[in-house]
Design a protein around this ligand. Structure first.
Ligand code: SF4
Length: 351
């Protein structure tokens, strides 16, 4: 994608359209942002940040208007995970002080669905810490999902770790709408954050989910020591997989994990990351996920110019801000919470 000859990305006082606006116009005309231009977005001068966010907002507005989709997370099984993901407080190598428990009981999972509905969430995300689900966990999910869907106007997203094709089909049959399985970073960097499974294992799970006919939710974590190129690689891989929903997490360095000392993100960089994801994945749902309050701080509202979704409530092992603060932020920005809906947008072209 080549910006017009008279455009500028370096002179924020120029009256000609910046290359960020040129990028947005090209994307709205159906072109894809290439690798090199995506990297330029992450390297944008801070003086051009508002212009960049405006470019991202033109795309966001075209596909999602001023709506904000809310998601509610339930950590249905915490800790005790045999994997060694270095960013995760629930891994076997973490000594973080977190609650550790086995799969929650039916009543607790239903109470979570009630809380999701009460908070105007569109989607109830049931997450377990695991390499993949045991037969007992699969059976429990198969039992609870139809009950949740019967009682509430909620979509259900299951995050159960690596899945076999058969397990993916079983989740589809019991009514799971979407499966979350994050790529977490670019392929090059992946082996530096996990040794017990591979990037390809994660891709294989996403393909199994797609082949079973469910939507894909997959994103990553920024701030683990990866390069800007790694983040771009992930965004482009997610585009190639036609992932419907992309959670963008910003590392919350938790004491007791190998990445506890890593704290290199700035709010401005986080906003550039969100803008880049919007430009690369224009019509996909982009969610500001974990680390929103910690890293964006008082700028988190600006993130909604690029992203169209947030979690309401707590994250898996860290606290989020109170829901009332989220509703106030959405209102004050002139945005509105999207109504829950059961419309499906499964995209088979990336399978
Ligand atoms: S597989 Fe999931 S729960 Fe387990 S250590 Fe990795 S990120 Fe944490």
């Amino acid at each position: 994608m080549t910006p017009p000859a008279n455009s500028s990305c370096s002179n924020f006082e120029s009256s000609v359209p910046s290359c960020w606006q040129a990028f947005a116009t090209s994307v709205l005309e159906g072109q894809q942002l290439n690798d090199e231009d995506a990297l330029k977005v992450l390297e944008a001068p801070d003086n051009e940040l508002l212009d960049l966010l405006h470019a991202a907002f033109r795309i966001r507005h075209n596909y999602f208007g001023r709506k904000v989709q809310l998601y509610y997370l339930m950590n249905a099984k915490s800790g005790l995970c045999p994997e060694d993901c270095t960013y995760c407080s629930q891994s076997k190598i973490s000594t973080a002080e977190i609650p550790r428990y086995n799969l929650l009981k039916r009543d607790e999972l239903l109470a979570g669905a009630q809380a999701a509905a009460d908070r105007q969430a569109k989607t109830y995300c049931i997450v377990i810490s695991a390499r993949g689900p045991s037969e007992r966990e699969m059976a429990a999910v198969e039992q609870i999902v139809p009950e949740i869907k019967e009682r509430y106007q909620l979509d259900v997203c299951a995050c159960l770790g690596l899945l076999t094709p058969d397990q993916a089909v079983r989740l589809k049959i019991c009514g799971v709408d979407r499966v979350n399985h994050n790529l977490n970073s670019g392929e090059e960097f992946y082996s530096q954050i996990c040794s017990t499974h591979t990037y390809q294992d994660r891709i294989d799970t996403l393909r199994a989910v797609r082949n079973a006919g469910m939507e894909l939710c997959s994103g990553g974590i920024v701030g683990m020591g990866e390069s800007s190129q790694d983040i771009v690689d992930m965004a482009i891989q997610l585009r190639d997989l036609r992932v419907e929903s992309i959670p963008v997490n910003f590392l919350n360095p938790i004491e007791g994990t190998p990445l506890a000392e890593r704290n290199e993100l700035t709010p401005n960089y986080c906003l550039k990351v969100l803008a880049m994801f919007r430009l690369v994945n224009p019509d996909r749902e982009i969610r500001i996920a974990g680390g929103r309050e910690l890293h964006l701080g008082s700028l988190q509202a600006l993130g909604l110019y690029a992203a169209n979704s947030i979690f309401v409530g707590d994250y898996l092992t860290t606290e989020g801000q109170i829901p009332e603060a989220d509703y106030a932020m959405i209102r004050n920005m002139g945005f509105e919470v999207a109504e829950p809906s059961r419309e499906k947008t499964v995209d088979a072209s990336g399978s």
